[in-house]
Write a protein of this length. Sequence first.
Length: 351
Amino acid sequence: MQSPRELTDFATEYLTIQGASTVGVSTTETLAGGPPSTDLGYVLKGARSAVTFALPLDQDKIIKYLAKEDHAAHQADNFRTGNVATGLAVGLASFWNQHGIPSYGVCSNTVYRPDTPRGMVDFLPDISHRYLAACSGVGWFGFSGNIITEKHGAAVLLGTTVTTAELEPTEPLPEDDKYCDECQLCRASCTSGLFDKGEKSTVTMGGKDFSYSKRKSYHRCDLVCGGFTGLSKNGKWSTWSPGRFEIPENDEEFMPALIEAMKASAPRPKISGGLFHPAMGSTRKLNLTCGNCQLLCHPDRDERKRRYKLLINSGVVVQHEDGSLEAVPPKTARKHLSEMGPERRATYEKG
Ligand code: SF4
Ligand code: SF4
């Protein structure tokens, strides 16, 4: 029988030889007192430990995505990396299961608890990779609440294997080494206004406090990151969404706005690629249109600024009748919409 140290070393090697840039281990003790999505027992009875890892995204594709030069390449890389994260988590779990150690591979994304007041649309994950990653030193919480890593910034996707094995926990990263200087470029790049400017949220895990900017209603991100709309307040740049539905000011207006925008946008031509998301059913696909808060957060402050400039000078996205997306100057985008017939136009903005 292998010792906790040997099992931990094995898991780390299993994941790093397949491309994980950082691996951390949390346990029921180091997660004690954390939010509901840190309850390892939710996915595996008798769970004692979790191995969480980060897989880096392709930085060149991110630059072209932020600059509105290439949507498809980053989207494909993002979805594929997520699937690799799920595959690695399941692979490690399967290895241990076959050696008599009950384990469970957590999906990288898009799995939501059914047993919440509104079920899936509450978007409460079975297990939060983010909390486990902060707790086990895979990365820090940035101001945005995204996990930021020493080498790749926030441009990583996370995966987790939960196991009944007793593993050696790893420490959270030292706060003094965290590169986030609260530049707030993540907040400036978010057209949905998800992040509070000053107020913080704090979670306690294993007696340690972890803080990040308070998030307003998550339906803000659903409306914008869901691809339904995404014009900046000054109208000079947008996300990759061709939608121009108004982005409300108050949290309580977001759910009705989301329902309305979902219905109105349904007849838009299909964008190539994408992902079937459980909350959208089997007839519509999710396409990445934002992720700005994550993708511009590079460890180097000058690079963050450069990416933010690329974004705000990238223009406004319109959609052509064949479904393709193009970034154009704001005036051209306005003309493009005003020349549409009323039915087609109603899929992008309210008359
Ligand atoms: S963009 Fe700036 S404020 Fe936001 S998480 Fe990154 S470093 Fe922190
Ligand atoms: S993904 Fe986009 S809409 Fe969602 S929080 Fe980040 S910047 Fe805001």
